[in-house]
Design a protein around this ligand. Structure first.
Ligand code: TA6
Length: 300
C-alpha cells in the first residue's frame, strides 16, 4: 500500500484532502468540505467518520477500534463484498467477504459541487480468486459534504455472469438506543436471523430493546432513524437495493464481540444498505452494478 507522503503528493488537495495515520493506527484520508468532514481508511475503503458541519458525528466508531492488517475496524461503513454474512458454502472464508479486510488503491480525489470526492478501487488477487473464482473489480466513490454519498460499483471483467450479495454495513451514532427508532419499514417482511431465519412482518417503527438482527425485504428506498436523544433524524436513501439490515448486538453479543467499548451498543445502530438474502445482484460480463446510499441529517 502507498504511504501518506506519496498519497499526499499525488492526491492531496489543500483544505480538502490529506492523508495520514489516524488515532486508531489506520492510514486514512481526511476529507473536508464546506458542508462536513469525514475520514476514510485505505484498508477496506472503510468510511470511519462523517459529521456535517455543526453536527455530532453521524457514524459510530468503537472507542476500542484498533487498526490491524486484515481486520476491519468496528464501526463506520465496512464494505461487505462479494458476499454478505457467512460464505454460502465455505466456512473457512471470512464473514462478509474479503474486500473490507484488504488494501484498496486511491484512484481519484476532487472537489465537486461543494463536496469533496474520494474514489478507491479494489481488484481481488489470486488468494481471493482461489475461494471466489470470478473476475470482478470494485470501486467506492465517497462524496462528503452536508450529505454523505457512497457508490459501490462492481464491474464484471470476466466472461460469465457474476452474482453477488453485498452491504454498506453502516454503524450510525445514536444518543441512546432506547430513544431511537427506525421509520419506513412498517409492514415490510423481514428474515429474523435470531429466530432461525423465520419470515416475520414489521409492525410499527423498529425499536430496539434487545439483540436485533433482521434482513428487511422489498422495503422502500428511504428510511429514517429518529433519534430523540440527539434531537435529529438521519435520512437514509438508496438505489440498487431492495433490502435493509437492521442490527444491534445488545449486551451479550456486544460482550462476546469485545470491541464495542463500554456500553457501546447503546450508542450505535446498524441500518445497512444491502443486496442480501434473495435481493442478490447479477452482473453480466462487461457490465457494472452500483449499490448507492446517501445520508443526511435534519432536526426533529
Ligand atoms: O449485519 C449484521 C451482522 O451480519 C450480524 O449478524 C453481526 O455478525 C454483524 O453483522 C457484525 O459482523 P462482523 O463480522 O463485522 O463482526
Amino acid at each position: 500500500m502507498a504511504d501518506a507522503t506519496s498519497l499526499n503528493e499525488r492526491f492531496g488537495i489543500p483544505g480538502a484532502v490529506a492523508f495520514g495515520v489516524g488515532s486508531h493506527g489506520a492510514l486514512v484520508a481526511e476529507l473536508a468540505s464546506q458542508g462536513g468532514v469525514a475520514s476514510v481508511a485505505c484498508q477496506g475503503a472503510q468510511v470511519l467518520t462523517w459529521a456535517p458541519s455543526g453536527q455530532p458525528p453521524v457514524l459510530w466508531l468503537s472507542p476500542d477500534a484498533r487498526f490491524a492488517p486484515g481486520k476491519s475496524l468496528r464501526g463506520g461503513v465496512p464494505v461487505c463484498w462479494p458476499w454478505f454474512g457467512p460464505h454460502p458454502s465455505d466456512a473457512a472464508q471470512p464473514s462478509h467477504g474479503f474486500a473490507r479486510n484488504l488494501d484498496w488503491t486511491v484512484v481519484e480525489t476532487a472537489r465537486r459541487e461543494g463536496a469533496t470526492r474520494l474514489v478507491l478501487s479494489f481488484v481481488p488477487g489470486e488468494a481471493q480468486r482461489a475461494g471466489w473464482p470470478h473476475r470482478a473489480e470494485l470501486t467506492l466513490a465517497v462524496s462528503v459534504g452536508v450529505r454523505l454519498g457512497l457508490d459501490l460499483v462492481t464491474r464484471n471483467v470476466g466472461d460469465e455472469p457474476v452474482t453477488i450479495t453485498q452491504a454498506l454495513h453502516t454503524y450510525f451514532h445514536v444518543g441512546d438506543i432506547g430513544a431511537a427508532r427506525v421509520e419506513g419499514l412498517e409492514g415490510c417482511g423481514y428474515v429474523d436471523r435470531l429466530q432461525g431465519d423465520r419470515l416475520l412482518h414489521q409492525e410499527g417503527p423498529v425499536t430496539v430493546d434487545g439483540e436485533v438482527d433482521r434482513i428487511y425485504l422489498r422495503c422502500p428506498a428511504e428510511v429514517v432513524i429518529v433519534d430523540r436523544a440527539l434531537g435529529r433524524r438521519i435520512r437514509i436513501a438508496k438505489a440498487g437495493s431492495a433490502s435493509y439490515v437492521v442490527w444491534n448486538p445488545w449486551v451479550e453479543k456486544a460482550a462476546k464481540l469485545g470491541d464495542l467499548g463500554p456500553d457501546g451498543y447503546r450508542r450505535m445502530l446498524c441500518v445497512e444498505t444491502t443486496n442480501a438474502w434473495d435481493d442478490t445482484a447479477t452482473v453480466a460480463p462487461g457490465e457494472t452494478f452500483t449499490l448507492r446510499t446517501e445520508y443526511s441529517v435534519e432536526p426533529i
